[in-house]
Design a protein around this ligand. Structure first.
Ligand code: F6P
Length: 358
């Protein structure tokens, strides 16, 4: 038996660890694994793939990025604008099926976020045996309590906050750190709590400048002449839209970015405090996965092969908070898991006196 693995969407730490786990578990069953190069496009003519034998897996557990390459644009884009879903043309789905048959592949493991798994669901509806593995630093996939890559991104953002803390304190400045996360504030709120931010701005809670400035002046009254703010790229003032970077391209999801500078400029204007911005950007997506992500990736990869063995296609590997399980792909796509406002994390954050800008 031969299976194939595809990595799609933005890269993130742990993709290679999943590739390794899938290929190793498959090899134990006597199966061959093909790695499709450059996302789903590699299944189309001229096909682009490599055999993932034991030699090909050397060092993959700790290696960042994906040895298979990935794409979050092009003909296989299922998300456009602000997360709207696009149905792939039937000819493209058919060509993918034909490509798979030509390679003699019986099943596909699709490793991706909302966009890639939406494509996986469409391929499944088209009769392709496929299972999904939830990847994204944003941690915004419904039906799994966690995605791999998130822990590594939070570790990176926390380290950045720790570093900004000492320089902010030395200069009596306000520092605004902008982090990724798309329409969910998971990275911002986790790193904000872990890194001792004074203000955390997330898309789920539209903010007011008066509230942020009040937090800064309150700190001044207590002799704290610096303030650390972490802003998710999707954070926005009440009544205003998301801030985007660059123009909107056809068949592409909007690129968020720039809210950190907008917030910094307004704070400086209103409080007179010297304010600096730092955009963490793709540093959050690069480098080695944390040990938590390495374990998660390994369990996720093994589970994906188990699903194939059992013929349970159209499903996504998922963590249910206790153990690794699976859910129908349809449950995992089409709706985002944002930070719930009525649960412990947000309450605890407020309880600590951290401002959420509202
Ligand atoms: O979905 C992952 C993510 O890193 C988002 O947090 C971010 O908005 C986006 O991808 C950035 O995409 P690109 O690499 O195309 O700039």
């Amino acid at each position: 038996m031969k299976i194939a693995i595809v990595t799609g969407g933005g890269d993130c730490p742990g993709l290679n660890a999943v590739i390794r786990a899938v290929a190793k578990t498959a090899a134990k069953r006597g199966w061959e694994t093909l790695g499709i190069i450059g996302g789903y496009d590699g299944l189309l003519e001229p096909q682009h793939f490599r055999v993932l034998d034991y030699q090909a897996l050397d060092g993959l557990l700790v290696r960042g990025g994906t040895i298979l390459g990935t794409a979050n644009r092009g003909q296989f884009s299922a998300k456009t604008g602000h997360g709207e879903t696009r149905q792939l043309p039937a000819e493209l789905l058919e060509a993918t099926k034909a490509g798979m048959e030509k390679l003699g592949v019986s099943a596909i493991v699709s490793v991706g976020g909302d966009g890639s798994l939406t494509i996986a669901q469409q391929l499944h509806e088209h009769g392709i045996p496929i299972v999904g593995v939830p990847k994204t630093i944003d941690n915004d996939l419904a039906a799994t309590t966690t995605t791999f890559g998130f822990d590594s991104a939070v570790a990176c953002a926390t380290d950045a906050l720790d570093r900004l803390h000492t320089t902010a304190e030395s200069h009596n400045r306000v520092m605004v750190l902008e982090v990724m996360g798309r329409y969910a504030g998971w990275i911002a709120i986790y790193a904000g709590v872990a890194g001792g931010a004074d203000v955390i701005l997330i898309p789920e809670i539209p903010f007011h400048y008066e509230s942020i400035c009040r937090a800064i002046t309150d700190r001044e009254k207590h002799g704290k002449h610096f303030t650390l703010i972490i802003a998710a790229e999707g954070a926005h003032p009440a009544g205003c839209d998301f801030v985007t970077a660059g123009g909107q391209q056809a068949n592409r999801e909007a690129r968020l970015g720039g809210i950190g500078q907008v917030v910094a400029t307004e704070i400086e204007k209103r409080t007179g405090k010297e304010t600096r911005t730092m955009v963490l950007g793709h540093l959050q997506r690069g480098g080695s996965p944390t040990y938590t992500d390495r374990v998660l990736c390994t369990l996720f990869g093994a589970k994906a092969v188990e699903l194939i063995t059992e013929g349970r296609f159209g499903r996504m590997v998922a963590h249910n908070g206790k153990f690794v399980d699976s859910v129908p792909l349809a449950e995992a796509t089409g709706r985002l898991r944002t930070v719930p406002l009525d649960e412990g994390f947000v309450h605890a954050t407020r309880g600590l006196g951290i401002s959420l800008g509202d």
